[in-house]
Design a protein around this ligand. Sequence first.
Ligand code: SOE
Length: 392
Amino acid sequence: MSKPLNVAVIGYGFMGKAHANAYKKVNNFYPELEYRPNLSCLCARDADKAKSFADTWGFDSIETDWRKVIERDDIDVIDICSPNNTHHDLAIAAAEAGKWVLCEKPLSMDTAEAERMTAALEKSGQPNMVWFNYRRVPSIALARQLVEEGRTGKPFHYRATYLQDWTIAEDVPQGGQTLWRLDAAVAGSGVTGDLLAHSIDTAMWLNGPIVRVVADTETFVKQRVHQETGKSQAVSIDDACMFLARFANGSMGTFESTRYARGRKNYNTFELNGADGSLHFDLEDPQYLDFYEHKKPGSDQKVEDHLTGWRRIHTTNFEHPYMDHWWVPGCTIGYEHTFVNALADFLAGVESGKPAQPDFRSALQTQKVCDAVLASARSGQWTETGVESFEA
Ligand code: SOE
């Protein structure tokens, strides 16, 4: 049975585009889904820009005030792609109006906001999801499968980096369109919320809750011109952040993120070392998962020494996560497909009654770790995250 679903996308930036593309493609590549999203409304403050984006992507209508969108009876889903400081009010109003709510990461500016948003969604009982799209990279989903199959064994170390280099120049302004990520009043934090939130979400998905952290942050460029006022003002985001972590399962973690790693564009990597095997992934080479097998799961038999070594798994077989929905083996998928896969999981979760993760409650746990990291950087002390046991 085909079920039309009218979607309003709030915001037309990088993420508005990634999500609009996912709504357009999802039924082509996942034809078994009953829900049929329709791009009903694009909402943005600038009417001309909203109209131009809506025409390009085929939205039926535009609005310039998000409150009007939420009042509309013909809209089923609110998808929040606007800057971080808008997520809280939008999500709560949408939940109270009985809409389904999807929200770009990070869920909120801080944990207090995330708690209120999660409570509102749980009270409404409506489907919700936060777009931590990297879980839907086939290689990362395969890593999770290998962990669940017991192939890595008792975990010892988890090592994550998320490096970029686009804010090194001192004349990059802060604030305003495309550059709001440098403005703490709009973004909440710097690399911690923007990049490490991805690393933390992936880490807790693969290796369970992070219970305590100790962190250090730095702001390398202290003053930048604000794009909206034209005036130079203090920069208060973290340009770089490093932290040590302890997982509930006893393993140790290291996390590093910066926008000052010359040559690194979107270098999101992780390595997990367990007693029976290791996993390594690099988003700049996303079609591969590296796996070192020491011992087969459920047996005492070690892999013979002359056969050990890192295996590069090209994750394009039909048997790999998501790949039976795409091309023939050997043909890769890319960044935009992770959003299509995420949306497909979300819709399938609503259809089956087993919600896809991460929902708001799951993303709230990531927000708690981010807040603990920032608090630890201020105090210089190990800090408990308060992460509860949750469905990752
Ligand atoms: C920042 O540059 C950014 O666009 C993040 O906001 C995204 O979440 C990340 O996936 C790519 O980098």
